[in-house]
Design a protein around this ligand. Structure first.
Ligand code: G1P
Length: 299
């Protein structure tokens, strides 16, 4: 099947980030850093690597730091230039967006992930689009969305990233009801948002990467409330299950996913990303090593 190229991505960044208070009282959680790069930078880099050209942020009050982050910083750049700090200038380049490549729309009321995505409908128009939830950070040799774009070229329709979770955790996710398991690709016959543990159709959870048909936007127009009284993206995608020539597919990506929406996940990601950085590796791993040895000795 020949599917249309995916060049637009939606980044829902309107959440208040209450789990990270007090930090998020004055900074958006997407600006919180893993080592020295904000969470949002990882999502943007992943989208770029998958061929995304237009970046749509769904924001809310208090998120203006995100707009500044992706703008040029002429004073800072000139200072670095004069000081001959070309390596730092290179680092800054990854934060710059071409004029018009990035757009911000406001979600003026917190009504759920589906509603946030729907806020971008006019900018998406009649095209397939990606959605990336920056809380889900995925470390992978080939970035997750690029893996999905490749698989989507085969399947078309709608595709969600997925991974097995312990059955006791399934109720924290959107969960797939499996029609056909083809290995990396799974055809779904249903999708449930945050099911009760005993009602989960499988333990295949949806992770925050999606490639969706514009039909999902149309489904969101209905504004039907789902789990938690919110307008759920999962429900709008589930309506496409079994549709002729489209359908919904799960993609078991290769890579390690970190739930940076939780403190424990954020800490795990910090350690993992710190250890994978060539400039920090030696010092950081010997520190961790000593720390664990001290703890063992004290037991
Ligand atoms: C959202 C989605 C859920 C998905 C999860 C992945 O939930 O609604 O379907 O499984 O992201 O991280 P949230 O974590 O925002 O409650």
């Amino acid at each position: 099947m020949k599917s249309r190229k995916v060049t637009k991505a939606v980044f829902p960044v309107a959440g208040m980030g209450t789990r990270f208070l007090p930090a998020t009282k004055s900074i958006p959680k997407e600006i919180m850093t893993l080592v020295d790069r904000p969470l949002i930078q990882y999502a943007i880099d992943e989208a770029r690597a998958a061929g995304i050209k237009e970046f749509i942020f769904v924001t809310s009050r208090g998120k203006s730091a995100l707009e500044d982050y992706f703008d040029h910083a002429p004073e800072l750049e000139n200072t670095l230039k004069r000081a001959g700090k070309n390596d730092l200038l290179e680092v800054l380049k990854t934060t710059n967006m071409d004029s018009g490549a990035i757009a911000y729309v406001r979600q003026n009321r917190a009504m759920g992930l589906g509603h946030a995505v729907w806020c971008a409908r006019r900018l998406i128009g009649n095209e397939p689009f990606a959605v990336l939830l920056p809380d889900d950070v995925i470390a992978a040799e080939k970035p997750c969305l690029a893996q999905m774009v490749e698989a989507y070229e085969e399947t078309g329709g709608n595709m969600v990233a997925t991974m097995e979770v312990p059955p006791s955790k399934a109720s924290a996710y959107g969960v797939l009801d499996i029609a056909e398991d083809m290995g990396a690709i799974v055809k779904a016959k249903g999708m449930v948002e945050k099911p009760k543990a005993e009602e989960a159709p499988s333990n295949l959870a949806v992770i925050g990467r999606y490639i969706l048909s514009p039909k999902v936007m149309t489904n969101l127009n209905k504004m039907k409330q789902g789990a938690g009284g919110e307008i759920q993206l999962t429900d709008a995608i589930a309506e496409e299950v079994g549709e002729e020539g489209t359908g919904v597919y799960g993609y078991r990506f290769s890579g390690q996913r970190y739930d940076c929406g939780s403190k424990a996940g954020f800490l795990q990601a910090t350690v993992a990303f710190g250890l994978s950085r060539p400039d920090l590796q030696d010092e950081f791993s010997s520190y961790l090593h000593d720390l664990i040895a001290q703890q063992k000795a004290a037991q």
